[in-house]
Design a protein around this ligand. Sequence first.
Ligand SMILES: C[S@@+](CC[C@H](N)C(=O)[O-])C[C@H]1O[C@@H](n2cnc3c(N)ncnc32)[C@H](O)[C@@H]1O
Length: 300
Amino acid sequence: MIGHKLQSAIDKRASILGAGTDALRLIDGEGDSLPGLYLDTLAGRWLVSTTASELDTEVLTWLKGQGDKGRTIYWKQLDQHEKTNPTHIAGPSQDEAFTIKESGVDYLLDFQSGYSQGIFLDQRLNRQRVRAHSKHGTTVLNTFAYTGAFSVCAALAGATTTTLDLSQVYLDWARNHFSANDIDPNEHYFCKGDTFHWLKRFARQGRTFDGIILDPPTFSRDDKGKVFRVEKDYGRLVSMAHACLAQGGWILCCTNCRKLELAQFIRMIRQAVPEAQVSSLSMPEEYTAAPYLKSVWVSA
Ligand SMILES: C[S@@+](CC[C@H](N)C(=O)[O-])C[C@H]1O[C@@H](n2cnc3c(N)ncnc32)[C@H](O)[C@@H]1O
């Protein structure tokens, strides 16, 4: 019975796979009448996530059956306080980093890299949008860049990118993402440090960008201990980014803060840049549960 439900959610998304994409959300909790259960395929390997601290026994039995057929399956509990590596639960283990493809772009993932595996699949359409708007000869700044997936998309379109993150580990990973896609990372910029400090510095230097990506964590603390909270501080972040935006440029504003309504998010952005045009962007169709990822395109 449960196997039927799981398989039908997976089958519904089959048409999105192929044609350069082998990584995708296959089960989206409530949206597939499977509350608290999520499944991503990552080039054939499955990553199951649950809000509960244990897998339902029926679901586990079904997954083990899939593992017996040779499918690699890992599981993690969605818990912002206990961020651990996914656990191997069935099929062959995956001890090395591996490559996935999305819209023809290669990304390097790793089940041993901690709570996050190297890409946020819910940004699939936004990566396509960034690629479509990053023209040859333009400059794109990717803040809070994580492993630089947005930067790679902009660079593939011919933009010169600046990838900014607090973590050197993620910046090194981003450089590897460039190389994996035959782009020379030495022709792009990588900045380690706090987004707010860098935006201030760029504005002071009069350095501008044609495109800027803002996708901060809901809560962050800079190296001096200053706190950033999306619900309170996003407007300030947009104003600071706008001060570094070239004429006719764009800003992609994202947040996955569930407490913040889309209307409230748009209001904050409009207040920060009243002269700009803003339009909200949809989540990918495979995310059938509540659309927690809010994305707004700002055109200056
Ligand atoms: C939610 S992830 C961003 C995901 C990324 N935009 C993507 O789609 O691949 C948040 C990232 O922000 C970085 N970060 C957190 N606080 C920061 C800050 N104050 N300045 C720069 N980077 C920060 C973290 O190291 C992490 O890599």
